[in-house]
Design a protein around this ligand. Structure first.
Ligand code: DGL
Length: 276
């Protein structure tokens, strides 16, 4: 049987923060990163749109030889993953797999909190889907989850405004809102792939007694564990250490911005998909 790559999907650049952690822990595999930059951001789009866009990109990754695809995007994981796993994959009748970032995070988030009150910061779509409260309740029924949608944060990052007056204003606004709503919050989860880039500003407004949790490391660790438990999948992966990047928007623009998220320079290629 032909061996496959690991596909990593995001609406744009954010998934590169997750990919960074994954390749640090699992450098030996071949990776293909897909940024749907031409249609990003997904955060404010409807369920149907996010599902159709995500499915299209996942199918493209499958066609390009990916056997395992990670939806390194909270919005896609919240709005598209379940349907893809339950409806689309069974129709294929092959060994392809798709995983998201919400499950690995919710499996461990309860371990970070002593007060039992966790704050979740995400896009409007992720928050509206209620995926985090629902999933956390399965693993930690006594944990109370407060959510806050931070619609401007992705734009701040995409426009390189991670520090400065604008960032201070919008970061403080949402941090204050969630912490005022429940002062018992002792753990804040950055449930969006872009938010780690705002860490410097977030730290200015979050008391040091509150734990800030990012997802990349958690997702990488859980993927490593998943591959140990699923040797039938692991044995079908190419161990060439190759990393490829594609974007639905302009490749040179992607390269410039992407190095910020990935922490090293890279060369992407442009691909066409669907109707933008
Ligand atoms: N990658 C998305 C997420 O983690 C943020 C960007 C977007 O809204 O498309 O939710």
């Amino acid at each position: 049987m032909k061996k496959g790559k690991i596909g990593i999907f995001d609406s744009g650049y954010g998934g590169l923060t997750v990919m960074r952690s994954i390749v640090d822990v699992l450098p030996e595999y071949d990776y293909l990163y897909f940024g749907d930059n031409a249609r990003a951001p997904y955060g404010n789009r409807s369920f149907d749109t996010v599902y159709h866009y995500t499915l299209e990109c996942v199918n493209w990754l499958f066609d390009e030889g990916c056997d395992l695809v990670i939806l390194a995007c909270n919005t896609a994981s919240a709005k598209a993953l379940r349907q893809i796993q339950q409806v689309d994959l069974p129709k294929r009748n092959d060994h392809k797999r798709v995983l998201g970032v919400i499950r690995p995070t919710t499996e461990s988030i309860g371990e970070y909190s002593e007060s039992g009150v966790v704050g979740v910061l995400g896009t409007a779509g992720t928050v509206a889907s209620e995926s985090y409260p629902k999933e956390i309740a399965k693993f930690y029924p006594s944990v109370l989850v407060e959510q806050e949608a931070c619609p401007m944060w992705v734009y701040l990052v995409e426009h390189n405004q991670m520090v400065g007056e604008g960032a201070d204003y919008f970061v403080k606004q949402h941090v204050d809102r969630i912490l005022t709503r429940n002062p018992k919050i002792d753990t804040l989860l950055l449930a969006c792939t872009h938010y780690p880039l705002l860490m410097e500003t977030i730290k200015k407004f979050v008391p040091s007694s509150i734990r800030l949790v990012t997802q990349g490391g958690i997702v990488a660790e859980k993927l490593q564990d998943y591959l140990v438990r699923h040797s039938e999948i692991e044995s079908g992966l190419i161990r060439g250490g190759k990393r490829e990047f594609v974007t639905t928007d302009d490749a040179s623009t992607f390269d410039l911005q992407a190095s910020l998220f990935f922490g090293e320079s890279l060369l992407a290629r442009h691909i066409e998909i669907g109707a933008h």
